[in-house]
Design a binder for this molecule. Structure first.
Ligand code: PMP
Length: 313
């Protein structure tokens, strides 16, 4: 669907997957005026198709659109468009337990601009792709703390899902992966002393009964999985602290794990900071394994959805 600046989005249409044509002067191409979202549709054992908290993605896109001066679809339009897209791709939603249909909504400035300005027209589009399960209980992530590159600064766009947040990450990822790491952990730009997040997921540490995760105060993405895991951890009696977490504390933790739509929740096996490599608890005994079961049981419709997080389509 398209929308002129300050107007409302028209009702969109479903078209076969393919290239889109765009002005060379489009805001997204020249000034990175674009946002995206990521969510999953699941097929449950009793034959339903459900979405996990799509209203939260809609709200996050609204917050991002405000930061990037774009007109967003309304939350109702967002959720309805996601539903219609999934229905049209029904056959690609994997069988229960075999993965999910990943859904990628994009809001981009497609109107033409020459000087730095908000594009006069925006496009909201959604594409999908089936994905497998990321989680393997036996192995965890091997993270490299990146002390050279920063991904977000106070006052910047780190707190919204701007396309431009990801371009500084690619070089770090390539370097880390070429040295055998699974992902990169970024530090705060202001001091380089605190941990922020991984390339596409949030990070948590566990010590004793206390679960800690960096605060969503503008430089990290407020993950929907992060928010859900905080709630579930509190429900089972853990204390959850959203606060600055230093690298020193990370290296002293008993357990470290990541959360995000792609990984759901994933244990970190090792963290490497300069020459130091620390190993953490993973596997069946790990807290993150317990939380993985609690959350995936809700997502797969195995247990009653007491929180009202699942939306049937
Ligand atoms: N941080 C970043 C940078 C991300 O790209 C993502 C994925 N959206 C997350 C955290 C996790 O957010 P969510 O749980 O909403 O997928």
């Amino acid at each position: 669907a398209k929308c002129k600046q300050g107007e409302s989005f028209s009702t969109g249409e479903i078209v076969p997957y393919g290239d889109i044509s765009i002005s060379p002067c489009a805001g997204i191409l020249n000034y990175g005026q674009g946002l995206f979202e990521g969510l999953k549709a699941y097929r449950t054992e009793d034959g339903r198709i459900t979405l996990f908290r799509p209203d939260q993605n809609a709200i996050r896109m609204q917050t991002g659109a405000d930061r990037l001066c774009m007109t967003p679809p309304s939350p109702e339009q967002f959720v309805e468009a996601v539903k219609q897209t999934v229905l049209a791709n029904n056959k690609w939603v994997p069988p229960p337990g075999k993965g999910a249909l990943y859904i990628r909504p994009l809001l981009i400035g497609t109107g033409a601009v020459l000087g730095v300005a908000s594009a006069p027209e925006y496009t909201f589009l959604i594409y999908t792709s089936p994905v497998g399960n990321y989680h393997k209980a036996s192995s965890g992530l091997n993270l490299k703390v990146d002390h050279n590159h920063r991904r977000a600064h106070f006052g910047g766009t780190g707190g919204v899902k701007s396309c431009t947040n990801y371009s500084p990450v690619v070089k770090s990822l390539i370097e880390a992966k070429s040295s055998g790491f699974s992902d990169v952990l970024f530090l705060d730009a202001a001091t380089g002393k605190n941990i922020e997040e991984v390339s596409t997921c949030n990070i948590f540490i566990l010590k004793g009964n206390i679960v800690s995760t960096p605060p969503t105060s503008g430089t990290i993405l407020p993950g929907i999985t992060r928010k859900s895991i905080c709630e579930l951890a509190r429900d089972i009696g853990y204390e959850v602290q959203e606060r600055d977490v230093s690298v020193d504390e990370l290296l002293e933790a008993e357990e470290v794990f990541c959360t995000g739509t792609a990984v759901v929740i994933k244990a970190v096996e090792t963290v490497t900071f300069h020459d130091k490599r620390v190993k953490y608890r993973t596997g069946e005994e790990a807290f993150s394994t317990k939380l993985h079961l609690i959350l995936t049981n809700i997502q797969m419709g195995v247990v009653e959805d007491k929180k009202g997080w699942m939306m049937e389509i």
